[in-house]
Design a protein around this ligand. Sequence first.
Ligand code: NDP
Ligand code: CA
Length: 303
Amino acid sequence: ELPPLLTREFTVIEQPADADNQFRIMQWNTLSQTLGVHNDNFTECPASALEWETRRYRLIEEISHYAPDVLCLQEVDHFKFFQKALGTIGYSGVFFEKPDSPCIYIKGNNGPDGCALFFRNERFELVRTETRVIEVWKVQSNQVVVLAILRDRRTGHEVCAVTTHLKARSGALLSAIRSEQGKDLLSFVSSHAGDRPIIVCGDFNAEPSEPVYATLTQDGAPELSSAYVQATGAEADYTTWKIRGSGEVCQTLDYVFLSSSRFSVESILPPPTEQQLGEARAPSFAYPSDHFSLVTDVSILPS
Ligand code: NDP
Ligand code: CA
């Protein structure tokens, strides 16, 4: 018997000027099934909480509970499952795999992991999608981007929605690589967004103090701002909290960036509290990933 899904309450910043314009964005690193079971070495998470047969429904439960209109995912190594399950509740999605996913080197894997972007069909229709393998110093890296131009069926507005997962691990070189990946990401987004408001979600594998965060928020081409900062003055206190054999990790690595001055940010979902998580942190029976979803309600401002 599973405990109830660990749920959270929104922090409401303001009411939308026009409720019809508001839509919901979710950013989530869902934890690859193969990596979660074989690579992460989550010492406090019972193995049975990671079994795909149960965990997969928890993943869908988290998404359906918050019912985002735009859903940006990373570490997806069961896209067909997400597509089928989310398809039955009104979503369509696009997937792009990493060229040399670490998953494929693990026995019994379910294929490469990658990024996936879903949208709720009732609210958005797909105009087109683009994908990219991120380049660093002109050479392809193992990180990818999925971009979708989506048209709001209610308002006719088009948005450019993007999901990515930058290079993991710490060190000066890796921090520099992430910053270069951020620049490549921005130029890719710029080349496809046109004048549309932009939503860039991802697991950037970087704290706000890292160069890539400044690259994203201060380069100015395109001009982006963090949704959580716009709403509350600060990023989430943490977006991942886990205990591995190598130790405890509690960090802010995931973000929702929006075109500056194009959106009002009306509510945000804070991470689960330390008390909610308990000593074992995440993942657990109550929460299926080591990263927490970021969810925000936004409206496009009149231009
Ligand atoms: P990344 O460094 O970006 O990491 C890939 C994944 O590993 C991410 O999903 C990341 O999750 C996760 N990860 C990061 N730190 C840890 C950790 N301490 N424990 C467990 N998982 C972690 O890798 P690349 O995409 O650049 O791919 C290169 C990797 O592929 C190499 O690191 C290598 O391990 C693997 N590889 C293996 C080969 C083999 O023969 N075994 C051959 C070629 C590649 P998150 O973002 O949530 O931190
Ligand atoms: Ca991971």
